[in-house]
Design a protein around this ligand. Structure first.
Ligand SMILES: O=C(O)CCC(=O)C(=O)O
Length: 357
């Protein structure tokens, strides 16, 4: 699997297609290239490993992505489908995003006051689960561009069977992962129920993530934090903070020339797979085309506290954290987020952007 444009579902690879460290196994293909969107950059496969393989431990320790194929992390949830959830998920409210097309660019509603001209391309509506299912079926039948995506933190409104399934997750394994690396608390489990073809555009999170696939197949393209310059995140005060400004399907190379140098890692996860998405790693996630509904539950953990002794040179993700803090401090000091850019430009232009003789 060398390029995002020529990804092959290698039938000799372990289930899901992406070959790397795995022993050859014979499986009939479960997805094919035609179900993957086409992008103009190269990728390498993310290793697929058993959770008992020492190489998997090493990758997580180094904060590099890996797909774990046999954690049983969400084993009881592998029976979840729309009818089962409709029966058992309870009568709580669910956040459902409705987008004008397949791209669900996240935005922080709290930051919308900073950018009054910002017009989101999706809207969030709270609805009951049965209304979501009805809306999803209707959207599918209509066959237009509009899509829906349920993204709701699991909470105590869920029914008894879901609670029992949740308690049956492999907490033993995941809690060991957390404590071994001195990660902070589990902050949330986000339940994602998406339509085929839905895309979550590239962004990074400030949390460690075990991304557990339950139903259907998702292609996950990741970029390390040192590709910040290729991915052009929105300013910190913008509602789309942490999201790339680049439209992968139609990149504007004049505005974003370094996007030509971007190079990723990718995999397709299926039921039972758990992808480790390290904190500050960019991720673009798409439910396969013509692949049916997808269901995922993620496990977001706070990162480890800053070590008492800082080691130099700093790592790329630490520099990203520094840049974020500078943007935030300047926004506060200047009293207006719109003054951050001009001040940074004044500080840099002709001084730090030309090299020194
Ligand atoms: O699955 C998706 O569409 C997005 C999930 C995501 O961005 C995350 O778990 O951090």
């Amino acid at each position: 699997m060398a390029a995002a444009t020529v990804v092959e579902n290698d039938p000799t690879a372990s289930e899901g297609g992406a070959a790397s460290f795995s022993e050859p196994e014979v499986h009939s293909p479960i997805w094919n290239d035609s179900q993957l969107r086409k992008y103009p950059f190269q990728t390498r496969p993310i290793p697929r490993l058993s959770h008992t393989d020492p190489r998997a431990e090493m990758l997580i320790n180094n904060e590099e992505p890996v797909v774990l194929t046999d954690t049983n992390l969400v084993y009881p949830a592998l029976q979840w489908d729309i009818p089962y959830l409709q029966e058992n998920i309870g009568n709580g409210d669910f956040s459902v995003y409705i987008a004008e097309n397949h791209k669900f660019l996240y935005y922080d509603e709290k930051k919308m006051a900073n950018f009054e001209n910002f017009v989101p391309k999706s809207r969030r509506i709270d609805m009951k689960f049965s209304d979501f299912v009805e809306k999803m079926h209707k959207t599918q039948e209509e066959g237009g561009d509009e899509r829906v995506y349920l993204q709701q933190t699991l909470n105590d409104t869920v029914g008894r069977k879901i609670v029992v399934d949740f308690l049956g997750f492999n907490w033993n394994w995941i809690t060991k992962q957390q404590s071994k690396r001195n990660w902070g608390q589990l902050t949330s489990n986000l339940l994602l129920i998406g339509m085929e073809g839905n895309v979550t555009p590239a962004h990074y999170d400030e949390q460690q993530n075990f991304f557990a696939q339950i139903k259907g197949y998702k292609r996950c393209i990741l970029f390390p934090p040192d590709q910040f310059e290729c991915l052009y995140p929105f300013p910190v005060h913008h509602p789309c903070d942490r999201q790339s400004q680049v439209d992968f399907e139609n990149p504007d190379y004049e505005r974003f020339p370094n996007f030509k140098n971007v190079s990723g890692y990718e995999t397709v996860v299926g039921p039972g797979d758990v992808l480790y998405i390290p904190m500050y790693w960019w991720h673009h996630i798409e439910s396969l085309l013509s692949g049916g509904v997808t269901i995922t539950v993620n496990f977001w953990y706070k990162g480890a506290p800053t070590p008492k002794r800082i080691e130099y040179p700093l790592r790329a993700h630490q520099k990203v954290a520094i840049m974020r803090n500078i943007e935030k401090m300047l926004g506060e000091a200047l009293g207006d987020p719109h003054e951050v850019g001009p001040l940074l430009n004044m500080m840099i232009k002709g001084r730090y952007d030309q090299g020194f003789s």
